[in-house]
Ligand binder design. Sequence first.
Ligand code: URA
Length: 436
Amino acid sequence: MTSPVELILKKRDGGTHTSEELVALVQGFLAGTIADYQMSAWLMAALIRGLDEAETTALTQAMLHSGKVLGLRSVRAPKIDKHSTGGVGDKISLCLAPLVAACGVVAPLIAGRGLGHTGGTLDKLEAIPGYRVGLEPRAFERVLREVGASIIGQSAAIAPADRRLYALRDVTGTVESTPLIVASILSKKLAAGSDGLVLDVKVGRGAFMPDLRRARALARALVRTARKAGLPTVALITDMSVPIGRTIGNALELREAIEVLHDAGPSDTRELTLVLGVEMLRLAGRAKSSAEARRLLERALADGSAFERFRRMVHAHGGDLRVIDDPDRLPRAKVRVPLLAKRSGVLRSMDPLELAWVSLGLGAGRTRAEHKVDPGAGIELCHAVGERVERGEPLAYLSAAKRSLIDAVKARAELAFELGTRAPGRRRLVLERIAR
Ligand code: URA
């Protein structure tokens, strides 16, 4: 077998791996014969040198087969998975899984934790006391059968290679690589045993792909690799130039997701949920047209059935329903401080990347793999872009366990808000749809 150092040198020097080498890399890493520091070095080499299409497919398959591939055969309804490439304030999966389940589409979501500057669905769910993200495959299948929606994490059983690589990439500056993102997302998604996949590929300053050209390349690589593996997939490229909705941070985002499930909440969070839901219903064959799919989804929000599915999903995962029924009981940070506008003007932009790092500094994410997140920490945004703000009014509220954490990031947070004289142009939420 090729030694770990030879694999690193090969990629460092721009070589192309065989699929056997990639299997050896993944298996050696899981078995402990390739150390974390060696894998980190290979990941950096792969980020800089890239992987071609065959290597990307081989890495995806090696990661997929590092664990169980679920059949979910006892779940009869169409099963459609959804995944986002990572955003700021992105709580859409929390709203979407129960919403589509209420419309007859099963949502088996294998989600991730915070990655780089972005938040993770699992961290958000764990803000619910008792919620278990680590269901065993049989329990996952039972929840899907009984409730129609379940959101879990990769475990020792499902794509364990991704779980370990994800944690390492998060803290070694090796996230923003198209082939590594493709292999990470698709290894979990292919393991979940779905009939289709809808991807939300983020573009803009708060995304891993800051420009449309790179986001499009990522979307195409994801759709192509998934379809080659037999998974019908559609990707929407969506705007990540401002945070989604009004909250960043785990319990805060959960509260916003609950608002959307009550047929309220910020218009962009709701709209993104609906457009992705339309794609899921269409892929499942549940609606003949996008208009019909949208009608079904809007009805499930309005009649309370989507919220009821969310309750049932949380209950099935052992979560405390009292915080779902009364979000004021969700974990809260000890200190909450307003960030006041130093001048009057129209809010022209809110930098999602700066705000994401601020949120991390407040304790909502990790800067080392072993860190615990603070469920109550984060940012509440008081205005949408385009609104007028008067001097002295709060732009946002910052929450953390200690005042010193807020003081350390306050100046950075102030710089994230741009006030001007004229409102910016209208924001387009969905930029492109990629189906091939
Ligand atoms: N989401 C994932 O699951 N993996 C990535 O690498 C990026 C986003």
